[in-house]
Each structure stands twice: as structure tokens, then as C-alpha cells.
Design a protein around this ligand. Structure first.
Ligand code: FAD
Length: 383
């Protein structure tokens, strides 16, 4: 059922996509919706799991609806906004999304929905297949030459395709390390919570009526999950009688911006094309929006327009990533920022809604940006 009308890449699709994660499948769905013949090859097997915070922001859900996919509340954990907790156990600030809600959803459930939609549109899905690039830009799938017009790298953060295609050069890159685990426990709030601890951030998202997804992100590759929790005592005490539902999964978390995301008949999409910090919760939404821009560019035979659109699409989450990483790196600034936001919740609300795509970056307002920046840097600012 999961293999569409083209069971072999030798059937000459218009687009051959390397990687069947959210980015690759969204590109395949949108291209198939526009009448293109598409094959997706992934070296993993369906359904693919991945360490992720599993929170889909309102703009991600809107992009998903454009793919023809809906998620009911019973398949996921709805949340109406974000709450930050400071390490001092006293400072916390929360904001609701201006419109709509977010959803926490298991990666395997999300993957199943994307795969079913792609298969329904006749996309050829090739699981457990290794793709390599030979000399002269030739693409091989399990050793067979692939004949196609466009080759898309959607092979994730560590993308081998990016290297093969000569698109590896970065504008900037910052790597952190993450771990995720699921717990059987009823959510105690309908907000996604972010606990800012000494060496990490811990994100708690509801993913069902009795399930939580907890993801830890840190600069340190050796920080253990339990040690991370011990740095957030308020959370640790809630999880005292925890029941883990699965093994922990680790991943690298990168903020990366590439110089170029396409050339010739090659293009990158999703994390392969650069990524934002997990704390933004925007990685999957970005992948969906990039996929739409890429398919549009392919339809017009104009990959350069994809480069421009890609630069624009990532602006707000890249900025937000930089703010989050600055708070991570400088405990003093972090505490200062959290106190400013707690004292002025409307500022936090604007930040959350810019990040969630509900407020244009240009509408954040120069005066708000300056006020936040000045107060974070002004040494004499007291609370
Ligand atoms: C800790 C953490 C928390 C996160 N939390 C969130 C969140 O709450 N919300 C959100 O929106 N985003 C979140 N993200 C980001 C999100 O997970 C990514 O942005 C998203 O997975 C990107 O999708 P992708 O398809 O580009 O890459 P991936 O999901 O990594 O998929 C890439 C696919 O390519 C395949 N592949 C790799 N190499 C090859 C090869 N050589 N040949 C064939 N196939 C290959 C892999 O098997 C995989 O299936 C988080 C990330 C991390 C690390």
C-alpha cells in the first residue's frame, strides 16, 4: 500500500527526493498535487522516528492543512501557548497564541499521516534504500542509476547529499545536543513549558491525554537526562513517579545557515538546507513552507527564486534561535531577559507570536526590539 505507481526509481520520475522525513514527504505531496511524478527514497524503514520536541505550532498546522492533512485533537495534545520557567524557581512567564492552538504529536503518528497522504497521491515510496552520488552528479539508488530532472536533498541535519552536491558552505553554524523521551503522565497544563536550567533547556509538550514528550537540549554532549532534570527541581518533583514509555533518543540540534541551498538541478529542503534551534519549535513548519516554495520554483523552472524564498522564510525563526542561544550561553542575560519578560508579558506575547508565525517579524516593532535589547544590556536596570 505504501508503494505508489512507480515501484522503481528507474521509472524516471520528474523529481527524485532523498529522505522521507517531513521535508521530503511534504515536497513530494505538494509536487504530486501539481501533477509531477515523484519518488522518495529513505535508508530507514517506515514509520521513521526521531528525537524531537513534537510540538507543532499554529502556523505548522496551517501548512499541514495545505498538504491535505488534518490531525484531530484525540490523536494529539493541544496547547494554547508557551510558558518559560527560570532556573531560580520564581520567575515564569507565559503567552497564548493570538489565534488557534498548537498540537503535540508523536513523530511516528505525524510520519504515518504524511506517508499515507503521499501514497494516496501516487508518490513512489522506497524505504530501506541507500542513495549515493557518483561522479558527474549522477544519483544511484541501491546501485541503480536514477533518471530524473530534479534531485532534492531532504536527508536531514547531517545531510550527506549537501556535501555531495557542493552546497556545504555555511554562513554560520552552532551545534548542540538533544535527547527525547516519552512519559505516561497526564499533562498538568495546556501550555508547552520550557525550563531554563543551568546547563540545558527542558521542553515539556503534551502529546496525548496521558502522555508527555520531554526533550532536553544542551551544549554538552555528556549531560545525562536525569542530571538535566535535577537542574529543574520543580519539574523533577512533578515527574517523581514517572513511567517512561520508551527508550531515550538522541540527536544533534543545529542552528545552521548555508550560503546556497540549490544549484543546477539540485536543491536542499528541510534540515538539510539549514536548521533552526529546537527551542523555536519551528523546524517542521519551516520544512513545510520551504517545500511549497521549492515546488513553486520547480514548476516555473526557476530554482533561483527558491533561494530567495528560502532566505526570507527562515528569517524570524533564525532570529529567535539566536536570541535563545544567547540566553543559553549567558546566564546573566538569561535571568535578566526572563525577568524583563515576566515584568512585561505583552513583550513575551509578541515574541511567541512572531515565532509561531502569527505576527509578522516587521510587526514586532522597532520600539519593542530596542526596549528588550536595551534592558538586557543596560547594567543598572533593576526590577
Ligand atoms: C531535540 C529536537 C527537538 C525538536 N523539536 C521540534 C518541535 O517541537 N517542533 C518542530 O517543528 N521541530 C522540532 N525539531 C526540528 C525537527 O525535528 C526537524 O526540523 C525536522 O525533523 C526536519 O525534517 P527533515 O525531513 O528535514 O529531516 P529529518 O526529519 O531528519 O528526516 C531526514 C530523513 O532523511 C533520511 N536520510 C538521511 N540520510 C539519508 C540517505 N543517505 N539516503 C536516504 N535517506 C536518508 C533519514 O532516514 C530521515 O528519514 C526538533 C529537533 C530536535 C533535534
Amino acid at each position: 500500500m505504501l508503494n505508489g505507481r512507480m515501484s522503481s526509481p528507474a521509472n524516471s520520475p520528474d523529481i527524485f527526493i532523498i529522505g522521507g522525513g517531513p521535508a521530503g514527504l511534504a515536497t513530494a505531496i505538494l509536487a504530486a498535487q501539481r501533477g509531477l511524478r515523484v519518488a522518495v527514497a529513505d535508508h530507514d524503514h517506515f514509520p521513521v522516528d526521531k528525537a524531537c520536541g513534537e510540538g507543532l505550532m499554529p502556523d505548522t498546522l496551517a501548512a499541514m492543512r495545505r498538504l491535505g492533512i488534518t490531525v484531530s485533537r484525540s490523536e494529539a495534545g493541544p496547547f494554547r501557548g508557551i510558558r518559560f520557567h527560570g532556573a531560580d524557581r520564581m520567575t515564569s512567564v507565559e503567552a497564548e497564541f493570538a489565534q488557534g492552538f498548537g498540537l503535540g504529536i508523536r513523530r511516528t503518528v505525524l510520519h504515518t499521516k504524511l506517508v499515507e497522504r503521499a501514497a494516496g497521491l501516487g508518490v513512489a515510496l522506497l524505504w530501506g534504500r541507500r542513495v549515493t552520488l557518483a561522479g558527474g552528479g549522477q544519483v544511484l539508488c541501491e546501485g541503480q542509476l536514477v533518471h530524473c530532472k530534479w534531485v532534492i536533498g531532504a536527508d536531514g541535519e547531517a545531510s550527506p547529499f549537501r556535501r555531495w552536491a557542493g552546497l556545504e558552505r555555511t554562513r554560520y553554524e552552532q551545534i548542540r545536543f538533544a535527547a527525547r523521551q516519552h512519559f505516561r503522565m497526564a499533562p498538568w497544563t495546556d501550555l508547552v513549558e520550557v525550563y531554563w536550567a543551568r546547563d540545558c533547556q527542558i521542553v515539556v509538550a503534551p502529546i496525548a491525554s496521558e502522555e508527555l514528550c520531554i526533550a532536553v537540549t544542551s551544549r554538552s554532549p555528556s549531560l545525562r537526562f536525569r542530571e538535566a532534570l535535577s537542574q529543574a527541581p520543580a519539574l523533577a518533583s512533578r515527574l517523581r513517579n514517572w513511567c517512561a514509555l520508551d527508550r531515550m533518543r538522541g540527536a544533534r540540534a543545529a542552528l545552521r545557515r548555508l550560503r546556497r541551498v540549490c544549484h543546477g538541478r539540485f536543491a536542499l529542503v528541510g534540515d538539510a538546507s539549514g536548521s533552526v534551534d529546537p527551542l523555536t519549535g519551528e523546524g517542521i513548519g519551516l520544512a513545510f513552507t520551504q517545500a511549497a516554495a521549492l515546488v513553486e520554483a520547480i514548476k516555473h523552472n526557476d530554482l533561483q527564486s527558491y533561494q530567495a524564498a528560502h532566505d526570507r522564510i527562515g528569517q524570524a525563526p533564525r532570529l529567535m534561535s539566536r536570541l535563545m542561544l544567547m540566553m543559553d550561553a549567558h546566564p546573566h542575560l538569561r535571568q535578566r531577559a526572563l525577568r524583563i519578560l515576566a515584568a512585561e508579558p505583552s513583550l513575551f506575547s509578541r515574541l511567541v507570536n512572531v515565532n509561531a508565525g502569527e505576527l509578522a517579524l516587521s510587526k514586532f516593532g522597532v520600539s519593542h526590539a530596542l526596549r528588550l535589547g536595551w534592558r538586557m544590556l543596560a547594567p543598572g536596570w533593576e526590577f
